[in-house]
Design a protein around this ligand. Sequence first.
Ligand SMILES: [Zn+2]
Length: 501
Amino acid sequence: MSLRLTNTLTGKVENFRSILPNKVSIYCCGVTVYDLCHLGHARSYIVWDVLRRLLIWQGYKVIFVQNFTDIDDKIIKRAEEEKISMEEVSEKNINAFFKDMDAIGILRPDRMPRATKSLNSIRRIIEELEQKGAAYSIDGDVYFAVKKFESYGKLSGRNLEEQQKNAAGRIDLNQESKKISPFDFALWKKAKSGEPSFNSPWGLGRPGWHIECSAMAREELGETIDIHLGGSDLIFPHHENEIAQSETANGKELANYWLHNGMVNVSGQKMSKSLGNFTTIRALLNSGISAMTLRLFVLQANYRKPLDFTQEALEAAAKGWEGINSALSIGFNYSNLMHWPKEQKIKDKAIYKKLKFNDNEFSDLYQRFNDSMNDDLNTSSALAVIFELARPLRALSNKIKRGSFKSVPESENKKLYSRWLILYELTNVLGLKAEAEDDDEEALNKQKNINKNEIESAIRERLLAKKEKNFKLADQIRENLRSKGIELIDKPNGETDWLLK
Ligand SMILES: [Zn+2]
């Protein structure tokens, strides 16, 4: 069975086919960086992290792009409240984002564009929409004319005319008076006095929220991407508007597969700040729930359904994780006692393959895991395989801890080792890691992000500077990168590559 996924666009479970063989491009809507991440973010990013790990495990080369919305009303408001700049609010929360996502074992995206660093591509796509007659500007604001996109509503299944009828009495005409139709949405917002603003053909202002994703997805991944991800709360209007913008500008489908995760409830109630049941990832981890317990808890549920956080459910997940953790820990804490090869050898694929299927008994479990994951990411059924694999190892671990362990015959020991190797490999697909394990990934994450994102945004700033004929700034940026050992190469097509010296 090959991978099947529920596509919101068709409402069906479909076979997944990538545009290019063995390559998958993914765009995931990121956070607005005005505050700490909460359990809704944790759920969403854990689920998509598992999708990404699964595709990698199945042999795809995955490019995963996730944006930061770093200009927005909420950020501006927060900056005023805290009496710091918008950039400081963003920077602080971007750092917190990485800290929290690293803590719960999310692989860092390959690229993380920011709205304020993507203004060129944002302005370009708005101009294209204007040229195509799908956008209009009034007094410094630019709107998308929803009527110009015939398939508007195809993702959410909303019919525009019905919507208009239903909403007729509810829309505040005073506030919306500039728009031709109440459903038109802002592509560019005129600057209010005192607000951070940027240059544009329409005057000083800032981009609307939806347009940044259309611009960044195209900039980073091209006109059509394989998979677009987000929470189900983004289907309307955000994703509907992304489709309208991108497909009008490019004349092509924005994404072949649209996947959405369900929302988070807390003890049966929708989680929200106003209800006071709002929990940040940090607060949950500080309360003593381990990161892996949180992952296990999230993965026990179907990713598309609502997920209810209750104390009891978390406690049950903690018990479940304890079992898996003690099974996994044998390979790290007691490999000498078991005379198992050292952990480094797992990373040698040839040795690993030979050891793994010492016994055919496990190929069936392996297959069941793969089939479960292929079945629209059925993680709860995949976890049943994990628990089955872990059970004898857990019993062994208990014996070792109690001091009642006596050596086992060689054939049985080999079998236990095969079992452990498979458990190790499959838990890694779910991002579940033994608490005793060294975190190479974390180190790699840090290295990857600090360098790549900084370099890429510096390159964009430099291109902008060159366009604005600010050659002094452009040279400064090049020198600054050079001093860090990074050399820029300007290509004939106007793009810039970089290499480490
Ligand atoms: Zn988006």
